[in-house]
Design a protein around this ligand. Structure first.
Ligand code: SF4
Length: 350
């Protein structure tokens, strides 16, 4: 799951002082699966039950299965209320962010509060590792869509790709998924992250397809890394993704490929690289508004690497404005830039 700037990254529970400094509502981000998605991040940075090799956020710093109110429900609700008073349009409110959202034991209360505050659909991105827990399943019951992951059909590949907490096995995860399917009234969209040379062998894909058929989700969404990740996982080519899709469909799995570009009209951004290398003047954009926008850009980029176009679409800023804030963040030593295929992504340095 995906990620902050003028934001503290302390481990474990935050004090109320910290809570007032950290933003837990971010975006809306252009999501390839959920259109325009307003994010809620209910756990501290990289607090997760997994340490996936493809994680865009780097290594997990707090690998745990302990459920706690890492971020208090009232803090999230207050931020959301403030945000909604001046919000650009969005389609989903999505619990995701910089760790595993089901680790927050106030998740059920947060979902109920979101339901009262907006008419948007509610989605939860999860790695699925805690779905076996009745309390987690109960917390998720108020969501419209739950999007768990399943990247492996063997314990060996599971350990290699997801590097889970020692108490979690693939068998426990799959049983949890099947149990959750039986009780959850909303839709389940399983994501399968395919990595070249790791979990895309024909035999493994067949075994995965069989497991997924048993899970009986509404959708199975095939993905491959499109953003830079610190461990540089190799993405599947278009033709290899198509090959995997064909195999899944032949096995009766309702699979689709997640498009590599969000299905949202882009703002008036020109080419990313051109935009960033343009000789923009930073002077003259100072003041409170400047600080607020800069911190919005920073918050977005600390959750996931984005292109200029994506920042522009997410935050409703034009491309040249985005470039100004990127330049400022760069001059403050807070920004890194990485090419991934033809696209240039920006991320916050921690
Ligand atoms: S589940 Fe994997 S990808 Fe998602 S935050 Fe945890 S380590 Fe990163």
């Amino acid at each position: 799951m995906e990620r902050r700037g003028s934001v503290s990254r302390g481990r474990g529970e935050r004090t109320s002082k910290h809570a007032s400094l950290v933003r837990h509502v971010f975006g809306p981000v252009p999501s390839r699966r959920l259109s325009r998605s307003l994010g809620i991040d209910p756990v501290p940075f990289k607090t997760c039950t997994f340490d996936c090799i493809y994680c865009q956020l780097g290594r997990t710093t707090q690998k745990t299965v302990e459920r706690k109110e890492y971020v208090p429900c009232e803090v999230v609700v207050k931020e959301l209320r403030d945000y909604l008073s001046n919000a650009p349009p969005f389609d989903f409110v999505t619990f995701s962010g910089s760790g595993e959202p089901t680790l927050n034991k106030a998740l059920g209360k947060m979902i109920s509060a979101v339901r009262e505050l907006t008419e948007a659909q509610i989605a939860v991105l999860t790695n699925g590792s805690l779905l076996f827990d009745e309390r987690v399943a109960e917390d998720l019951s108020g969501a419209d869509v739950v999007l768990p992951s399943l990247d492996a059909a063997s314990e060996e590949i599971f350990r290699r790709v997801n590097r889970p907490h020692e108490s979690i096995s693939l068998q426990k995860l799959v049983e949890g998924l099947k149990k959750f399917r039986k009780r959850f009234k909303g839709e389940i969209w399983v994501e399968v992250m395919l990595l070249s040379g790791v979990n895309d062998g024909e035999e493994h894909l067949l075994a995965l397809a069989r497991l997924l058929r048993e899970v009986n989700a509404e959708k199975v969404q095939l993905n491959t890394p499109v953003r830079p990740s610190p461990e540089r996982c190799a993405a599947l080519s278009e033709s290899d993704l198509e090959r995997a899709l064909k195999l899944f469909l032949e096995e009766g799995v309702p699979a689709e490929i997640i498009p590599s570009v969000p299905s949202i009209p882009t703002a008036s951004a020109s080419s990313t690289t051109d935009a960033f290398t343009a000789k923009e003047q930073v002077r003259g954009v100072r003041g409170v508004e400047w600080e607020r926008k800069k911190s919005e850009v920073q918050a977005l980029l600390s959750r996931r690497p984005c292109t200029v176009e994506e920042i522009s679409t997410s935050l409703g800023l034009n491309a040249s404005e985005v470039v100004k804030y990127l330049r400022i963040l760069e001059s403050e030593g807070k920004l890194r830039m990485r090419k991934h295929g033809e696209r240039t992504f920006f991320a916050v340095i921690r």
